[in-house]
Design a protein around this ligand. Sequence first.
Ligand code: ADP
Ligand code: F6P
Length: 323
Amino acid sequence: MADIKTIGVLTSGGDAPGMNAAIRAVVRTGLAKGLKVKGILKGYNGLLNEEIIDMNATSVSDTIDRGGTILYTARCLEFIDPEYQNRGADICRKYGIDGLVVIGGDGSFKGAQKLSALGINTIGVPGTIDLDIACTDYTIGFDTAINTAMRAIDRIRDTSTSHERCSIIEVMGRNAGHIALWCGIANGAEDILLPGKYDFNEERIINSIIENKKRGKKHHIIVNAEGIGHSTSMAKRIEEATGVETRATILGHMQRGGSPTCKDRVYASMMGSYATQLLCEGKSNRVVAYHGGEFVDFDIDEALAMTKDVDEHMYEVSKLLCR
Ligand code: ADP
Ligand code: F6P
């Protein structure tokens, strides 16, 4: 075991269901290894403002089933500036924090990378509903988000069928289409519009709505990724062109809330614990991942250089099923 006595944990960027399970795992694993654990509130903002609390086993009691993050989160634009990164590293030293777990997305990992370079052993844990971290097949919160969105779209489908309408449902994902693809398949959508895949051929969608209506279809569900956006204006154009009443629903932040699924609780626990073990081994500048069916870790620099799109095979299958 490396000479680590105190570790810190923070959540950064958009919150994601399962972050609490990861925090709990960091705290409990750290305590089990004889470490002191500090919680840093509100991401890098809280670090710079020294909003740092002591955590014990009971600090994380009754949290595994709760959505959001008990440490709160924030986006901290200043942290991109080396002056503030230096200040963050100095504050870690001031509080005796010799190891830090950063739970967040790629942006948060860039902050972690900088702290590592400044001598604070730092490990990233992938927490984002978007699944847009290239080195890992799993990110904390994605499973809950797709289940939340899927249930919401089921409800929209009911009313869409009753009124014989077309519904465009916009799901989150920033520039990535993972949530849209999974929900598109799970909700039996007629069209799935994904960044980097959608050809913006609205004429084709319009013709297919008209054809489907003739075949007796009672609804037309379009799952639209946030990265494509413009659902409301698209609905207006489709209604005008087809004569079929069309409504747009933007699911928004409800996709980020709620009690985490079993998978999110368990995988987040595994990842939080894994990150703490890495700190105990004296590792730094690593990111925990689920890759090829097991929990592994990558160098943050390498992880940030990787890219990924939606699963190509899933996308091809989805095209066979949409009609
Ligand atoms: P996510 O972590 O979900 O990708 P953001 O991209 O909003 O979310 O990043 C979260 C935070 O990470 C930012 O508000 C900022 O504090 C920090 N961050 C982002 N990019 C950098 C960077 N290049 N250098 C240092 N810190 C960064
Ligand atoms: O990264 C998670 C996410 O929910 C994205 O899907 C979305 O684009 C963004 O965060 C929304 O951010 P905010 O909560 O700042 O509106």
